[in-house]
Design a protein. Structure first.
Length: 157
């Protein structure tokens, strides 16, 4: 009798988490997507300063890199907000933020094993986490991608 109660309780718990997931993905996409649009436009408005900063990090073609990063942030942010091509931009943005870690936040990457809190305190962390979540799990129920996938493939992935 107790085992049946535990089984039903666990099933209800799992169902509730599946109910929450689309809302969590929506909130993450909207919040961090909008912040990416804002920061991307900020980079566009000060593109030469961003290029100089990238040059100080010894990035190749710093001005071109600044244009690319600003563009990816604006387009990727819009993609996350709309939930359109979100997995594609989740992958692209993940690469952008990994490069940000490897160039501008080298000390946090180097100390990852000894001081993980330094890694998660860096600015790109939540953006990287959101991009990886959207890339891995998709944009969720409240997205254009979901409805396009459902229409063309019979189910959303």
């Amino acid at each position: 009798m107790a085992a049946n109660w535990i089984k039903k309780g666990y099933k209800a718990f799992v169902f509730s988490s599946k109910f929450v997931a689309p809302f969590l993905l929506l909130v993450l996409r909207l919040y961090f997507g909008w912040l990416l649009v804002v920061t991307g436009f900020g980079k566009w408005m000060n593109i030469h300063a961003v290029g100089e900063f990238f040059a100080s990090l010894s990035l190749p073609y710093p001005l071109l890199s600044a244009y690319m990063v600003a563009t990816f942030e604006v387009l990727g942010g819009l993609a996350l907000v709309l939930g359109l091509f979100s997995r594609f931009f989740g992958l692209i943005l993940s690469c952008v933020f990994i490069v940000a870690y490897l160039t501008a936040h080298k000390e946090a990457v180097a100390a990852l094993g000894t001081s993980p809190s330094l890694f998660v305190q860096q600015e790109p962390f939540l953006y990287l986490l959101t991009a990886l979540l959207v890339y891995s799990f998709g944009p969720g129920l409240f997205s254009i991608d979901y409805w396009l996938e459902k229409k063309h493939f019979g189910k959303a992935f």
